[in-house]
Design a protein around this ligand. Structure first.
Ligand code: C2E
Ligand code: MG
Ligand code: MG
Ligand code: MG
Length: 292
């Protein structure tokens, strides 16, 4: 086809392709080096309990600190690492580092924190996942209940029977399983009840809609109720305003995570929050006001 459009077109197409190939190669090499040279870090975004206001743990979010080029956010390199398979060793590093950090905070007298890590599709389908996770927990002497794996709906619904077995094996280790970005997919909570999950995380877009749109608010309320009846904990993510927080208190949501309470921060800063006993202010008031 390109031929019919003449020589220039072909040349353009070819150089565009090779440029993209070169970029991919650069990133591949960069990611490989990043692992070897320790350029990855995890930032921690605290989660707060809506009843006590206390920090219950954090989500670990990966950052690539490129020398001389600043920080690259995960949305820019995770898809590339998924494509070239490097997500497998990178994901294993994240699990190990999270376990090391849980142990370090406990040893520092800050108590046991629960850390949630994100698992990509390729990693989830990798045969080695259970072994990698179990080995990391053992290496650092961390009880399995302190590690949460965040999974997404698309990973679960592809081959449901196989997935249920895999989830059961992960539950058997003692891990917590969380469904990330709930409300962005198409499955109902009733359908998702087939999977042995411990919690759902209501996606930021849903949280935003909830306070502005009555239909979304009604859906959000019934999601929280149904989740509780299914014995799932409900965490809201991307909570940015007091208004959203108050609404979530009122509809019985269990935990919140978002810029309103804290951005994702380096480990030392999270540690400082723990030492200072950072809490959400007066959540109990809004609970009684909204519930009546
Ligand atoms: P996610 O798991 O849904 O993580 C939540 C994202 O929302 C994070 O972006 C977080 O910084 C951001 N966020 C938190 N609170 C707020 C808020 O109040 N407002 C707004 N606007 N955003 C908020 P981040 O760190 O850039 O991560 C993006 C995505 O990258 C994550 O989405 C997750 O899917 C993926 N990711 C991060 N770390 C890893 C990792 O170690 N492995 C894998 N496979 N994926 C990861
Ligand atoms: Mg997540
Ligand atoms: Mg999420
Ligand atoms: Mg999200």
């Amino acid at each position: 086809r390109a031929k019919e459009r003449g020589g220039n077109q072909i040349a353009f197409y070819t150089s565009d392709l090779s440029q993209r190939a070169r970029m991919q190669l650069d990133i591949d090499a960069g990611l490989r080096r990043a692992l070897q040279q320790g350029e990855f870090v995890i930032h921690y975004q605290p989660k707060a309990d809506l009843h006590s206001g206390c920090i219950t743990g954090a989500e670990g979010l990966l950052r690539w600190m490129r020398p001389g080029q600043g920080m690259m956010p995960p949305v820019e390199f995770i898809p590339l690492a998924e494509k070239n398979g490097l997500i497998i060793p990178i994901g294993a590093w994240v699990v190990d580092e999270a376990c090391r950090q849980i142990r370090a905070w406990q040893d520092a007298g800050l108590g046991w924190m629960n850390i949630a890590v994100n698992v990509s599709a390729r990693q989830f389908h990798d045969e080695e996942l259970e072994r990698v996770v179990a080995a990391a927990l053992q290496r650092h002497g961390v009880p399995a209940r302190l590690l949460t794996l965040e999974l997404t709906e698309s990973m679960l619904i592809e081959r449901p029977d196989e997935t249920i077995e895999r989830l059961q094996r992960l539950k058997h280790i003692g891990l917590q399983l969380s469904l990330d970005d709930f409300g962005t997919g198409y499955s109902s909570l009733a359908y998702l009840s087939r999977f042995p999950l411990d919690q759902i995380k209501i996606d930021r877009s849903f949280v935003v809609d909830m306070v502005t749109n009555e239909t979304s608010a009604t859906i959000a309320n019934s999601v929280v109720d149904l989740a509780h009846r299914m014995r799932l904990k409900v965490v809201a993510e991307g909570v940015e305003t007091r208004e959203q927080l108050d609404y979530l208190c009122g509809n019985g949501c269990d935990e919140v995570q978002g810029f309103y309470f804290s951005r994702p921060v380096p480990a030392e800063e999270f540690e400082r929050m723990l030492r200072e006993g950072k809490r959400l202010s007066a959540p109990a008031d809004s609970v009684s006001v909204q519930r009546s």
